[in-house]
Design a protein around this ligand. Structure first.
Ligand code: UD1
Length: 419
């Protein structure tokens, strides 16, 4: 079993380069199924979710060449099956994008029930409602989902909840449908804009991505012969911004879009931290205990749920009592039990957690329950006194490329050890 061994405390200092966004990459790769041609995707994060998706696409007949560790050329002209490998698709969440993409391509698909982080109930009723309104029939079986459509026809779809996944999935299915689709109450996250930009580069006609009404005029065909660069990862950048504060460090975070980080910047300023915004990089520093804060997670442009655990680490040692209200996922406070093992005083109940700020954390063996919880525990390890061992690294490797190397380069005393 692998673990990360971190000896702290070390103020994290220096420069860190942000990779392409995981949540954009895991949608853009399935989106290539809508193309009858060859395209090149760069700034692709080399993480396990991306590697598994590439394997799935290859098993379905795609040809993929890795030009560098962050760039692939993918040829989807010879897709030869409507069945995605069930064992691989059930390993992670974003495999549900294969449904929208294959409905668009051939009108038929079966995938394994999407897995992913256990954050509580993760219904997909809005995806299904969208597909059905476009003319598909969807069957949820034991461990599988299959969808079929003779012909997809544009329609007006009102999302009952703001859902990143459902917005992207319906957008994928609508790109090659007949006529116009309107998605109302759409999610507005940067990766939704990125997937729309990718599809438009390949010949789609999607307007309004990034607002809550997206209009998709169906086109006959998407062409290849394009190169597309994945948007920088908002969540990875935010993780390092909060790591700078938690560790009392000073970081220049490069290759990010600071506009996507505004709500994190605002909170860091509110708790006393310093931020300098250079447009495509951002410096964050602070050497004192941060002030308490009240946080509520919300869909973009609100405070992202995927940065809630990292913010929790900051608030664990803040001056005074802080409150976090998690409004997206019901089981996103599992990391607080691990922080309590490190000396934090956090009481989590339902969707609310109360953080009584302590002076400092102490190293301990801790277990990541999910991807972002794992990142938060690494941040906590760099700030804590003594040795922290972080287990369950498979969660972290799903979404962060080279994480220990990046932390090492900014001064962390961190090592991956195989027990
Ligand atoms: C995506 C992100 C994930 C992030 C989440 C919220 C990817 C691969 N993952 O997950 O990292 O934490 O957005 O920013 O991009 N819901 C329904 N019915 C549905 C779909 C969703 O009720 O059909 C609810 C969910 O239970 C949740 C909320 O809507 O409470 C938001 O979920 P959604 O935005 O769909 O999350 P994901 O796309 O799964």
């Amino acid at each position: 079993m692998e673990k990360l061994v971190i000896t702290g405390p070390t103020p994290l200092k220096g420069e860190v380069e942000i990779n392409g966004a995981k949540n954009a990459a895991v949608a853009i790769l399935p989106a290539t199924l809508l193309i009858d041609g060859v395209c090149t995707i760069n700034n692709l994060p080399n993480i396990s979710d991306v590697q598994i998706l590439c394997k799935i696409l290859e098993e379905m007949g795609a040809k993929i060449v890795w030009n560098t560790s962050n760039e692939i050329t993918i040829d989807t002209r010879n897709i030869n099956t409507n069945q995605a490998p069930l064992d691989l698709t059930s390993k992670f969440r974003a495999s549900y994008y294969l449904i929208g993409a294959m409905l668009g391509r051939t009108g038929e698909i079966e995938v394994g029930m999407p897995g992913g982080c256990k954050l509580g109930a993760r219904p997909i009723d809005q995806h299904i409602k969208g597909f059905e309104l476009l003319g598909a029939t969807v069957e949820v079986g034991k461990g599988t989902i299959s969808a079929k459509a003779k012909c997809l026809t544009g329609n007006s779809i009102y999302m009952d909840v703001v859902s990143v996944g459902a917005t992207i999935n319906v957008m994928l299915a609508a790109v090659l449908a007949k006529g116009t689709t309107i998605i109302d109450n759409a999610a507005k996250e940067p990766h939704i804009v990125d997937v729309a930009n990718f599809l438009n580069t390949m010949g789609a006609d999607i307007r309004g991505a990034g607002t809550d009404v997206i209009k998709i005029n169906g086109v006959e065909k998407l062409h290849g012969d394009c190169t597309y660069s994945v948007v920088p990862d908002q969540i990875e950048a935010g993780t390092f911004m909060l790591a700078a504060i938690a560790s009392k460090g000073d970081l220049l975070i490069k290759n990010c879009i600071t506009k996507h980080l505004e709500c994190i910047t605002a909170k860091i300023l509110e708790i006393g931290g310093n931020v300098e915004d250079y447009g495509d990089s951002i410096r964050v520093w602070y050497s004192k205990r941060p002030n308490k804060a009240i946080i509520k997670t919300l869909p973009y442009p609100g405070f992202p749920t995927d940065l809630q655990p990292q913010m929790g680490v900051v608030l664990a040692t803040a001056n005074g009592t802080s409150i976090i209200n998690e409004s997206i996922w019901e089981s996103r406070f599992q990391y607080t039990e691990e922080l309590n093992k490190m000396g934090a005083k956090i009481t989590a109940q339902g969707k609310t957690a109360i953080f009584e700020g302590v002076e400092s954390l102490s190293g301990a063996p801790v277990y990541s329950s999910d991807l972002r919880a794992g990142a938060a525990l690494i941040v906590a390890g760099t700030a804590a006194n003594g040795v922290t061992e972080v287990y369950n690294l498979e969660h972290i490797d799903r979404g962060y490329e080279n994480i220990e190397e990046k932390f090492r380069q900014i001064g962390a005393n961190i090592e991956r050890v195989n027990e």
